[in-house]
Ligand binder design. Structure first.
Ligand SMILES: NC(=O)c1ccc[n+]([C@@H]2O[C@H](COP(=O)([O-])OP(=O)(O)OC[C@H]3O[C@@H](n4cnc5c(N)ncnc54)[C@H](O)[C@@H]3O)[C@@H](O)[C@H]2O)c1
Ligand SMILES: [Zn+2]
Ligand SMILES: [Zn+2]
Length: 388
């Protein structure tokens, strides 16, 4: 079959690779009908995440038709159309029992990215996300093996096109969890750092929750313009405004917003020193966007972090967070928990995640898709790939 494979920094290729096979009795083989490129894939593409091997198949946002089922799969059957969460979870462990699916203790035989690990078990394995997270082959391919198929894949009703439901695999639940973690609702004010797909999904879910004012910060004016038009955000371009947090404080009676959502992650731009230190591995992550979140949030407010972080940040103003009495909530999304309710919102027309798609390409054109999304060329917001 054809699949998008990783060969090093900025080197991905569409290769012919062996077809996946059923290995465990609760596996399925999925024929992929649509798959997307995620901001998390860009961290891999840029060679910023350890644990990749030459030829690894990328992709953790995918859906398709069940082609084959293992003997103990009961939840779905051959021929079903399903969307698959990026977190692989067993459904039985201590954490799955609490619906903390991305903390599942039984699906990642590797160590994860945690530094001060001691004896704790690893969190959930993930598709196409390095050998630190289990080395599972990803779904930017014609076929993919899906383990734990009684727990993850969500059966889809007929009539909803792939584009409407594909983002249930990751970015829609991620935006939704970010808003729940932000502890906001009717009449609240928030700022979202990052106008990429995750920031845009967070804006959509914030509107659904009744949030009144949404500031959004990015340097790509076309992404901000789209968010202003689609979700009514107040755009702030950090290429023009040196200190967005200061501007937000001025606009909120010298208080700050109720919550900040950090949808950028460890490659945040804006601090040349931190970017150099992170590249030299002297710093785990760039703290620029996180510091802005702390500065822009009012006393007693919440900083919600869906953006991916790794290791340490020296310039983390913990004292300011303490003095303001902030709450922090973060982490990989518990996708399985939120998929059913989000599908209902899509069916009722309350969420239309497909509007953020800017490019629909063939899997054979995936390399160009990566280049474009990485450089934010051609007004790229989100790339969807179809294998056939
Ligand atoms: N928690 C989860 O489960 C989960 C799931 C999906 C994605 N993610 C993470 O969410 C983050 C965003 O993903 P995405 O797909 O939207 O990626 P993306 O790269 O398309 O978007 C990031 C945006 O942040 C902007 N940005 C860079 N520096 C900034 C700064 N200092 N201030 C404000 N904006 C800045 C960029 O211009 C870009 O538009 C990534 O770190 C990704 O790995 C996490
Ligand atoms: Zn993702
Ligand atoms: Zn589990």
């Amino acid at each position: 079959m054809k699949a998008l494979t990783w060969h090093g920094s900025h080197d991905v290729r569409v290769d012919t690779v062996p077809d996946p096979i059923i290995r465990d009795s609760d596996d399925i083989i999925l024929q992929v009908t649509a798959t997307a490129i995620c901001g998390s894939d860009l961290h891999l593409y840029r060679g910023k995440v350890p644990g990749m091997k030459d030829g690894d198949i990328l992709g953790h946002e995918f859906m398709g038709i069940v082609a084959e089922v293992g003997p103990s799969v009961t939840a779905i059957a051959k021929g079903d159309r399903v969307v698959v969460p990026f977190t692989i979870s067993c459904g039985d462990c201590f954490f799955c029992g609490k619906e903390l699916y991305s903390a599942c203790e039984n699906t990642n035989p590797s160590r994860g990215a945690i530094l001060n690990k001691k004896e704790i078990r690893s969190g959930a394995g993930m598709f196409g996300y390095t050998h630190l997270y289990g080395g599972y082959a990803g779904g930017q391919a014609e076929y993919v093996r899906v383990p734990k198929a009684n727990v993850g894949p969500l059966k889809l009703p007929a009539g909803l096109p792939d584009a409407k439901v594909l983002f249930l695999s990751d970015i829609l639940p991620t935006g939704y969890q970010a808003v729940i973690n932000a502890q906001v609702g009717q009449g609240s004010s928030i700022v979202i750092f990052g106008a990429g797909p995750v920031g845009l999904m967070a804006a959509a879910c914030a509107r659904l929750a009744g949030v009144e004012t949404i500031y959004m910060v990015d340097e790509h004016q076309y992404r901000l313009d789209f968010a202003a038009l689609t979700y009514g955000v107040v755009p702030i371009n950090f290429a023009d405004v040196d200190d967005p947090a200061e501007m937000i404080i001025e606009a909120t009676d010298s208080r700050g917003v109720d919550a900040a959502i950090e949808a950028v992650g460890f490659e945040a731009k804006g601090s040349a020193i931190e970017t150099v230190m992170t590249n030299l591995k002297l710093e785990g992550s760039s703290g620029k966007a996180l510091r802005q979140c702390i500065a822009a949030t009012r006393r007693g407010g919440t900083v919600s972090v869906p953006g991916v972080y790794a290791g340490f940040i020296h310039g983390f103003l913990f004292g300011d967070a303490f003095e303001k009495g902030l709450t922090f909530k973060m982490g990989q999304t518990h996708v399985q928990k939120f998929m059913p309710i989000l599908l209902e919102h899509i069916e009722r027309g309350e969420l239309n995640p497909e509007v953020i798609i800017s490019h629909q390409l063939k899997l054979s054109e995936a390399v160009a898709g990566y280049e474009m999304f990485d450089k934010a060329d051609d007004q790229c917001r989100k790339v969807v790939l179809t294998p056939n």
